[in-house]
Design a protein around this ligand. Structure first.
Ligand code: PLP
Length: 372
């Protein structure tokens, strides 16, 4: 199997698997209990928090563990906007877990302003200047698009927003960027940042939200007071420890040069077939390709029969005929129907990519031949 759908999820890495097993068998105690064994578990959670913080460049007490990035995004929107008056500004390339939060705010009567995208998938800066004003209270801009791989220059966009109104709370969805793109959270200028374990070799069902010190965000889940009173619920110890192990392993082993080489090779092989490459030139682990004249769903089936797994836009939205983000970069419904998403991970190598490229080219040619 050649798995090229790593933006949807990833194989759990060995260090993450090992910690899940050992903690589940030997340290299964509730971290809130007061006996020594439980305190050991509590300490391990704090070590995991420090590990995530180290990769992000934040303080450990700015990291809050959640059940997934969808929850992190919901928390950011719900409590970042709560009781604040004014409009909110949201990029048109948000993942459904942020986009639907914006739609919910709209249904409550909030003035939600969606930012248009450039052809390469990034947020249009002129539109940011147009839409942010002295009444903006919240902004959310995805770091790396799960659909196109386009990387937004969050540091620059935050600066523009703060230059217009320095009271805006800025959130960024960093699920496809965390542990991949080299950055320090302080340089991004954001107040909140969402992350997910299963995109980088951790278990599904575990995420985190960075909340900048001093933001005083309201609790998202009330109860026993876990996560310093802001997100109650017995901690997913195995998930959190696997997240930290996976993040360290991913950071150490993610070879940006190799990822770019694999991406570049596929682009070079597919270009002669008159395809459209979506996303920015600095995109790394995600390659979005529009293949005019084919139905991507059929290509996906043909490839999966041969052991090559690719995506069609994000897994969460793959059932939708239209694709909101690809549409926002100007692709027609027909072009969207012919768009595939290839995404790379630690398990991939050039040998696999060469095999996949040949199969993709052959299947595209076959499909085009069948269209009259
Ligand atoms: N944000 C982005 C950019 C994603 O790609 C995803 C997953 O596809 C999510 C959020 C949701 O993450 P989770 O599966 O942890 O809820």
């Amino acid at each position: 199997m050649i798995f090229l759908d790593n933006a949807s999820t990833t194989k759990v890495c060995t260090p993450a698997l090992e910690i899940v097993r050992s903690v589940s068998e030997q340290l299964y105690y509730n971290p809130s209990a007061l006996y020594g064994e439980a305190l050991k578990v509590k300490n391990l959670l704090e070590v995991a928090r420090k590990d995530i913080a180290n990769i992000l460049g934040s303080d450990a007490n700015e990291i809050y563990f959640t059940s997934c990035a969808t929850e992190s995004n919901n928390w950011a929107f719900e409590k970042g906007i709560k009781n604040r008056k004014g409009n909110i500004v949201v990029s048109s390339s948000e993942h459904a877990s942020a986009y639907e939060c914006a739609i919910l705010q709209k249904s409550k009567g909030i003035d939600v302003r969606f930012l248009s995208l450039n052809k390469n998938g990034t947020v249009n800066e002129d539109d940011l200047y147009n839409k942010v004003d002295e009444n903006t209270c919240f902004a959310s801009i995805i770091h790396c698009s799960n659909e196109t791989g386009a990387v937004n220059d969050i540091a620059k966009l935050s600066k523009i927003i703060r230059g217009i109104n320095n009271k805006v709370i800025i959130h960024s969805d960093g699920v496809q960027a965390f542990a991949k793109l080299g950055f320090n959270i302080k340089s991004l200028g954001v107040d909140m940042y969402s992350m997910s374990a299963h995109k980088i070799g951790g278990l599904k069902g575990c995420g985190a939200l960075f909340i900048k010190k001093g933001l005083n965000l309201a609790p998202f889940i009330s109860g026993g007071g876990q996560e310093r009173g802001l997100r109650s619920g017995t901690e997913n110890v195995a998930g959190i420890l696997s997240f930290a192990e996976a993040a360290k392993y991913f950071k150490q082993n993610y070879d940006s040069g190799l990822i770019k080489q694999m991406r570049g090779y596929l682009i070079q092989e597919l270009k002669p077939l008159n395809v459209i490459i979506n996303g920015t030139a600095d995109a790394e682990s995600i390659l979005s390709v529009t293949v005019p004249g084919i139905k991507a769903e059929i290509l996906q089936h043909m490839l999966s029969d041969k052991g090559v797994l690719i995506g069609l836009g994000s897994a969460c939205s793959s059932k939708a005929k239209n694709n909101r983000v690809l549409s926002a970069i100007g692709l027609s419904p027909k072009e969207i129907e012919g768009s595939i998403r290839i995404s790379f991970g630690l398990e991939n190598n050039m040998e696999q990519i060469k095999i996949a490229a040949e199969l993709i080219k052959t299947d595209i040619t076959t499909l085009r031949g069948n269209i009259k």
